[in-house]
Design a protein. Structure first.
Length: 399
């Protein structure tokens, strides 16, 4: 929960208190099943169930009553033969090389619900896809068709990321409309490096919402399709792995953005732009127990002022982006793990600092704790979480 009672002033002359309170009090069950049921065939499924107890924000949002939810994550069948692999079902596609902070991490929609999830790599949601991989002698091909593109879900009522909108955000109303996403990637491996070129036709993960014409009812979700061209590369130098990603996006929404604390906000402008973005960094295995990684992401709209009316302003202008640093240390034969993460935007307007410690008691039991501190100024949407200090404890039983 949030343990630091304080007040914030998001706008000059307007402040409100934030009291210490429990945010999460829940029981979770995760499952994963894998079965090679025939030569060349694999079935894999994973999912989760959550039960929300007293003082959990989902318990409060349900009228102070017990609540629960379940979700299927992976659910696919894979067929491998010769140099080919075909997977059908719910899955993810990851193209970016930069850990947790890549401009190419845009294929799967995602959800930031709690501050225990601050990286895109941990928040990806699976979608119904067909993925075909070809493993050649000189290079590899990977292509996908997303049969049912989905969009980022709106913030869950009561969660830290939820703000009461003027009109309720709903799912996209397809009305029989068939939406499809497609993409392909060519990858070539060298002695100590890899390079990839990719192209995809996608929909913005974040919908743009308009007020209902009648002035009553739910907000109207609007989709936007765009084209992505990308390049990625990595290079190993001893214990150091260098990463680089480059993305050109044609016809994205001018105010399309996704970052913890803002992913449920709608784009106020129905204006399409081209965008160039890059992400780069490294992963360093200091020794057999310690590792350090850095990822920096930077993006800019091309001709950003073109098409804007007098007085209109974009949420992000010029070069914008974020950075992420992560350190991990495994001790006591990996029974004790200490990890630290720093994440912020490149303008220096916000900072998330996380420290986690996990200890494996035996083959069945483990316990972990996490401390998360947030600092922000009024130039960042995270100003609503400035000076927040969150502490959490998780007890895990596995078999």
């Amino acid at each position: 929960g949030q343990v630091n009672s304080h007040s914030i002033e998001p706008f000059p002359g307007f402040s409100f208190p934030k009291n210490a309170e429990i945010e999460n009090n829940r029981l979770g069950i995760n499952f994963r099943f894998q079965n090679s049921f025939a030569p060349g065939w694999l079935f894999q499924a994973s999912g989760q169930t959550r039960a929300f107890w007293k003082d959990d924000y989902e318990y409060k949002a349900n009228g102070n009553n017990f609540d629960a939810e379940s979700r299927i994550n992976e659910l696919f069948v894979q067929r491998s033969f010769d140099q080919h692999s075909i997977k059908f079902g719910r899955q993810t596609v990851v193209w970016g090389e930069t850990v947790g902070n890549s401009v190419l991490d845009v294929i799967n929609h995602f959800e930031f619900r709690d501050f225990t999830i601050i990286d895109i790599e941990d928040a990806r949601l699976n979608q119904w896809m067909v993925v075909w991989d070809y493993f050649g002698e000189e290079s590899n091909w990977s292509s996908f068709i997303n049969l049912y593109p989905e969009f980022n879900p709106a913030g869950v009522r009561g969660s830290p990321f939820f703000f009461e909108p003027t009109f309720n955000f709903t799912d996209y109303q397809r009305d029989g409309e068939v939406l499809v996403e497609v993409g392909t990637q060519w990858k070539k491996s060298f002695d100590l490096s890899d390079i990839s070129f990719m192209a995809a036709y996608l929909y913005d993960n974040q919908m743009r919402f308009e007020d209902p014409l009648s002035g009553f009812g739910d907000a109207i979700g609007k989709k936007n399709d765009f084209i992505l061209l990308g390049f990625s590369a990595n290079r190993a130098i001893g214990r150091l792995l260098l990463n680089f990603d480059l993305a050109f996006s044609h016809d994205v929404l001018a105010d399309s953005f996704n970052f913890p604390g803002t992913s449920a906000l709608a784009s106020p402008l129905n204006l399409k732009k081209d965008r160039i973005g890059t992400s780069f960094g490294f992963e360093w295995a200091i020794d057999n127990e310690q590792s350090l990684s850095l990822g920096i992401q930077a993006q800019q709209l091309i001709d950003e002022r073109e098409g804007l009316l007098p007085g209109q302003q974009l949420v992000y202008e010029g070069v914008y982006g974020s950075w992420l640093v992560r350190y991990t240390n495994n001790l006591l034969n990996s029974d004790l793990t200490i990890d630290s993460t720093l994440q912020g935007n490149i303008d220096g307007n916000s900072l998330l600092a996380s420290l986690g410690v996990s200890y494996t008691i035996n083959d069945n039991w483990a316990v972990s704790t996490q401390v998360l501190s947030i600092s922000s100024n009024t130039e960042s949407p995270l100003i609503f979480f400035d000076e927040d200090l969150r502490v959490g404890v998780t007890i895990e039983f596995s078999f």
